[in-house]
Design a protein around this ligand. Structure first.
Ligand code: B12
Ligand code: SF4
Length: 554
């Protein structure tokens, strides 16, 4: 090891508020961030033991001068939305004389933008490039950019360093099973970054990762952060069978969620295996009910049969469904906003994320927009690049004003509290419920036991005292009391109906109320004012050009 660089400080930049960010939800459950920075703890695991590593997630704690003083190298990982915090932290670290290294999806996609802000960029997958960088560092040298067209074999990826995290900060934990996706959606950069052939870890490798999380004392929900967990169905099935056994042997310490394509509904065996392996939710890129827009964006896998029925089938199998939707495709017609509202309501997707089409750098869509002169290159905003913000970097066929108005209408309608809870209730009504009272009670206790186990495990491991639990409970009660009246009323009615009609879903009551509160607040506190401002700007531009036209005519 080169003695000049022995202390590595890994820093995860701050996210702006987004639907995904869960900023209103987290205080209600006593957490600071949705999930840990898996990329950083993965490269930490590839770092020889003679380096000292510390990790700071700026979403959970602040970066102190003493942390910087300790570090020789500051490594930052970021996605697009973390850009401001990434650059700010890099500037601070450089001012303190540290070697600043960037990696992760944003630098990989927008390397040129990052060049002025760091000393080294270690791009693509760290399994190849981080190792190359460390080898150079040993020799006392380094290049400014490390990049590779090769895709590493993930069966060699080591168990991430979960021990570097304070898992109490996070609502969920995360693991990754596969990288890459066989599909070719035009707007997506996953295939660009990770390829079309899904590379999967082995079941024993995944069990080792779960063992490592189990050993930290964490109990609760694990997000399997694959972009498409069922990209390789055969391997996914092997993993699920092994996972079901692992869960049973450990007394079911974890429940899981993941991202899948809607054609999951066509594979009854896979659905059954997911449920048996304790998967409780899936997130799907549904995008649009318009067949023409799906064809345009090459999302052919969503075109086989009725989309709504696909979602229902997944719910009937026992999985809660979340989804993302896009407006602004070239093929979208004027009625797209009404159709999106109708589809999301019929499909009963309570938590739906709706945003305009964005051309991510490196995607086929980006190339098409650039070629046709429809890319708005100066729009490199940071906070604006989030779902619900109205941000798009393309000139859409639907006039911008109409797109903004339609987007506003969709989110306002969907996130009215009654509409949100109605969707959640309808989803519950569709889910399979054990036929007997005994069966329902068994399911109720099975799900409740997870939450209780989480608390008991923390208490037994000395991570939380009864006094702190009580204080947290009191703080949460104060926030609940501040819920807007309309939301509070609708959530009470929702609780009453779940208890009466779907008692086996009681453990999800608080989840839907707290997460729904985030969606409600994010919509009406951020997204609606943001879109309204953009609309006002549009009106101003229209007025100005009208005045200019009048002036030149005069
Ligand atoms: C989990 C996840 C999230 C989590 C984030 C949790 C967290 N704390 O990280 C949640 C669900 C909150 C999330 C949200 C969003 N996400 Co996200 N997310 C992912 C996902 C599915 C997995 C990330 C992950 O953990 N991968 C596993 C680790 C091991 O891989 P990795 O991070 O890429 O790390 C590897 C390399 O990149 C590299 N590396 C990473 N960091 C570093 C650092 C250094 C120094 C080095 C050397 C190497 C290195 O080495 C690692 C090993 O090979 C990815 C897709 C993907 N497949 O990566 C999208 C992805 C990162 N998300 C993306 C986006 C766009 C978003 C959203 C903006 C979506 C939206 N429109 O709202 C939001 C924004 C969040 C916010 N609050 O603002 C994009 C990013 C595009 C880009 N070019 O930046 C991705 C790539 C998906 C996509 N194509 O749309 N996301
Ligand atoms: S299915 Fe999902 S991950 Fe795969 S290419 Fe399409 S959007 Fe990307």
């Amino acid at each position: 090891m080169n003695d000049k660089y022995k202390n590595i400080l890994m820093v995860y930049p701050k996210f702006p508020p987004t639907y995904w960010g869960s900023q209103y939800y987290l205080p209600l459950i006593g957490k600071k961030a949705a999930m840990p920075p898996l990329g950083l703890i993965t490269i930490a695991a590839m770092t020889p033991a003679d380096y000292q590593i510390r990790l700071i997630d700026l979403n959970c704690e602040s970066l102190q001068e003493s942390d910087l003083a300790w570090a020789d190298i500051v490594c930052l990982s970021a996605m697009l939305t973390q850009k401001s915090s990434l650059f700010e932290t890099a500037a601070r670290s450089r001012a303190a004389g540290k070697l600043v290294v960037f990696g992760g999806p944003y630098p990989t996609a927008c390397s040129e933008e990052c060049t002025p802000h760091c000393d080294v960029q270690v791009l693509n997958e760290g399994e190849i490039t981080w190792r190359e960088f460390l080898q150079d560092l040993e020799r006392g040298t380094y290049k400014s950019v490390y990049t590779t067209p090769d895709k590493p074999d993930v069966t060699k990826t080591p168990v991430p360093r979960f021990d570097l995290l304070n898992l109490d900060y996070y609502a969920m934990n995360s693991v990754q099973f596969s990288r890459g996706c066989p599909y070719l959606c035009e707007f997506c950069d996953i295939t660009v970054m990770f390829g079309r052939k899904p590379r999967t870890k082995t079941p024993p490798q995944m069990m080792k990762e779960l063992d490592a999380i189990y050993d930290t004392g964490f109990r609760g929900v694990i997000f399997v952060v694959d972009d498409n967990f069922i990209g390789n169905k055969k391997e996914a099935k092997k993993l699920l069978a092994a996972l079901a056994e692992w869960n049973a042997e450990r007394g079911h310490p974890f429940f899981y969620g993941t991202e899948v394509t809607v054609n999951l509904a066509d594979d009854a065996e896979l659905l059954d295996l997911l449920v048996k392996a304790n998967f409780i939710w899936v997130f799907m890129g549904i995008e649009t009910p318009s067949a023409d827009s799906l064809k345009e964006t090459r999302k052919f896998q969503n075109l086989k049969g009725s989309l709504v029925e696909h979602v229902w089938r997944i719910q009937q199998a026992g999985l809660l469904t979340y989804g993302s939707f896009i407006v602004g495709f070239d093929s979208d017609t004027d009625d797209i906003f009404a159709r999106q509202i109708e589809f999301i309501t019929d499909a009963s997707i309570a938590n739906a994320m709706i945003g305009p089409l964005v051309a991510l750098p490196g995607t086929p869509l980006f190339a098409r927009m650039k070629q046709s002169g429809r890319l708005i290159e100066e729009l490199t905003g940071d906070e604006e690049r989030t779902l619900g913000s109205g941000y798009t970097n393309i000139v859409t066929r639907i006039p911008r004003k109409q797109l903004l108005e339609g987007h506003l209408r969709v989110i306002r309608t969907l996130y009215e509290p009654e509409a949100y809870f109605k969707r959640a209730l309808e989803m519950f009504s569709r889910m399979s419920h054990p036929a007997t009272v005994a069966g329902r009670l068994k399911r109720l206790f099975f799900l409740t036991a997870s939450g209780v186990r989480n608390l008991v495990s923390k208490w037994v491991n000395g991570k939380i005292s009864l006094r702190t639990m009580w204080r947290q409970y009191q703080q949460q009660k104060i926030i609940y009391k501040q819920f807007p009246e309309g939301y509070k009323k609708a959530s009470h009615e929702f609780s009453r109906r779940v208890m009466r009609e779907y008692p086996d879903q009681i453990p999800f009551i608080m989840h839907y109320i707290t997460l729904g509160y985030h969606y409600y607040m994010f919509t009406f506190d951020h997204a609606v004012p943001g879109l309204t401002k953009l609309l006002a700007d549009e009106d101003l531009i229209a007025q100005e050009s009208e005045l200019e036209r009048e002036a030149s005519a005069a």
